[in-house]
Design a protein around this ligand. Structure first.
Ligand SMILES: [Zn+2]
Length: 615
């Protein structure tokens, strides 16, 4: 048949035949075939395997709903959901479709491994295929009914140039580009794409979450219905959500002599304990329970009726056994990074560190993971060399760090200064790059103004010609929600530029991110003395209920921690400087002829030298 004929027929069919009013859930079960290439079950797609997804398909048939948010774990069938919805729209509507993944590579992977095989095995999509094989490209699929694009979040030009009625955003917490500073965040750009389709637009956001403060899917989830999936106990009929706390195993039967668990025994001895009648529930019970489950809204506040948000975890998955989750938990619980991954990827929950003690072993671990260098040496030419000083009590302590082009930094120098004048002398130190004749001086210093020496510190900053600038730490209850704020502090006829920082944020970055999880961002020299090891390892993260009864965590120091505070200030300083260093690096790359000038007198630092504003 001539292609024109096919097209005409399809247009006529659309115009004259009343549109089959079929819900997406019914349509996908009728028309989607699972390809053995993409799924361990082949044949007809059935919601019996993922009953909790039915409601999400139905939302796509509900004209009142504009946005669906799914905060999820792995193994719950979300990738298949995304590609099924795309095919549903190809076959039933005529709108442009857009699928966004964290990166270009992941977008190509989704096209090749999921969407392409799905198209191939779906009979119903055939009439909508054009005659040119070129129309099914890696990232752009041209059908007779519509165009579907699959792109990475890192391409703002593509994001802002293609309108779409249906936008699916997958793993929004994984790509840095979804939250990039400066430009409009990718999520906003993606949502803007739907503006020209006010009556048909639908946005689906799916992701495993990260941490409460940074998770995009979590913040979107909170805006909507916050629906949870309730399943009935087969013994007492009590409807409950499945939570990890109810996963139990016979502790005595699985304990080994050294008080650890026999992991394989745990796996087979695990059951789910009904929260109401304490019945021991099995994998077989799970299937029946999940198939008779229902979604209930749990958002206590009113929320826009067009936003539905859901949470689902691997506890509901038929592909993951409860015993497997117990095993995975035991294998992860002593390693913060693994535990974080367990919470995010299997429970679909944000992870907040609840308790931690920084030990000397942690510091020794960082030293042995650092490249070899000695106190006083630089690893290479630094982008900046910065000093942080702490004034708590009668003593003055300082730490010096170098920040390198690749974003890593190294602790270069530290110690106690007897007087403010001594600090001025230390600021004049220069430090050689290991194995070369080149040395570099300190560019800028921050000094704690939060203790009882506020006026003294201000006068000192003025006397250094603003080489030292004041920094004040605040806690969350003092109303500073942002990580830091640039400000000025009045002193006589001056306004001294300085920083107010959220103490907890930068302690989390230093003690949890850098030290406990070994982010690899900060190096320590091989010849660290006892003092630095003691002062960096005195901190403990503990939890306490706040006035409203909510659990909160805070840092408690077991002993002197001045050098830890110096490093905390330097983390705040690096946080402030990072975008400026990146901007400077870009400017350097673009203006090769001005390179020498830039390197000798970095413009970002010249402004600070002027002492008026941060620039
Ligand atoms: Zn029960």
């Amino acid at each position: 048949m001539e292609p024109a004929n096919v097209l005409l027929r399809s247009i006529l069919r659309r115009t004259f035949k009343p549109k089959e009013n079929i819900s997406p859930a019914v349509w996908v079960e009728k028309n989607i075939r699972l390809s053995p290439k993409t799924s361990n079950i082949s044949g007809r797609y059935s919601l019996l395997h993922t009953p909790y997804l039915r409601r999400i398909y139905e939302d796509f048939g509900d004209p009142r709903i504009r946005k669906v948010v799914l905060k999820k774990s792995a193994q719950i069938g979300a990738t298949q959901l995304a590609s099924n919805l795309l095919l549903y729209y190809v076959c039933n509507e005529v709108f442009p479709l857009l699928m966004i993944l964290p990166s270009k590579q992941l977008a190509q992977q989704f096209s090749e491994r999921s969407l392409h095989p799905s198209i191939e095995s779906c009979e119903s999509v055939r009439p909508f295929l054009t005659d040119s094989a070129d129309d099914l490209k890696k990232t752009e699929f041209l059908f007779r009914s519509c165009i579907a694009r699959v792109i990475g979040a890192g391409s703002p030009s593509q994001l802002s140039s293609n309108p779409a009625a249906i936008v699916i955003i997958d793993e929004c917490d994984k790509g840095e580009d979804f939250a990039n500073q400066g430009e409009a965040p990718a999520l906003e750009l993606a949502e803007d794409r739907t503006i020209s389709f006010p009556n048909d637009k639908k946005i689906l956001i799916l992701s495993t979450p990260t941490s409460e403060t940074t998770s995009i899917v979590q913040s979107q989830y909170l805006l909507g219905s916050q629906s949870k999936y309730f399943v009935p106990c087969p013994y007492c009929q009590h409807e409950q959500t499945l939570i990890f706390d109810q996963i139990k195993w016979d502790k005595d039967a699985c304990k080994l002599e050294d008080e650890t668990y026999d992991i394989d025994k745990v796996e087979s001895a695990t059951y789910y304990e009904c929260i109401s009648c304490n019945a021991h529930l099995s994998e077989q019970d799970k299937i029946g329970m999940v198939r008779s489950g229902i979604w209930k809204d749990t958002n206590p506040k009113s929320f826009p009726s067009e936003i539905r948000s859901y949470h689902i975890s691997a506890l509901y998955s038929f592909n993951v056994k409860w015993g497997g989750l117990a095993k995975m938990f035991l294998l992860s619980k002593d390693d913060v990074g693994k535990l974080r991954n367990f919470y995010n990827s299997f429970l679909g929950e944000c992870f907040e560190q609840r308790a931690a003690t920084i030990k000397r072993d942690d510091i020794d671990g960082i030293i042995s993971a650092s490249p070899a260098y000695a106190k006083g040496e630089l690893l290479s030419k630094p982008e900046v060399l910065i000093l942080g000083a702490d004034t708590q009590g009668s003593s003055l302590w300082y730490a010096v760090q170098a920040v390198y082009a690749d974003g890593t930094s190294s602790l270069v120098d530290w110690g106690e200064a007897a007087t403010f004048d001594d600090l001025k002398l230390i600021f004049k130190n220069t430090y050689p790059v290991k194995g070369t004749a080149n040395s570099y001086g300190i560019h800028k210093a921050l000094i704690d103004m939060g203790g009882d020496r506020t006026e003294e510190v201000k006068a000192f900053c003025v006397s250094t010609g603003f080489n030292f600038l004041p920094i004040v730490g605040r806690n969350q209850s003092q109303g500073l929600l942002a990580p830091l704020r640039e400000t000025t502090f009045p002193h006589k006829q001056y306004r001294i530029p300085g920083l107010i920082i959220n103490d907890k944020t930068f302690k989390d970055i230093l003690y949890l991110g850098i030290i406990k999880e070994r982010s690899g961002k900060l190096f320590l020299p091989q010849n660290c003395d006892d003092e630095i090891k003691i002062q960096l390892s005195g901190e403990q993260l503990v939890e306490k209920k706040n006035a409203r009864g909510k659990l909160e965590t805070f840092w408690k120091s077991a002993r002197r921690n001045h050098l830890g505070d110096c490093c905390k200030y330097l983390e705040a300083f690096k946080y402030l400087l990072e975008p400026r260093i990146k901007a400077k690096q870009m400017a350097e790359a673009q203006a090769e002829q001005k390179k020498r000038e830039y390197v000798l007198r970095p413009p970002i630092l010249q402004e600070s030298y002027a002492g008026n504003e941060w620039g």
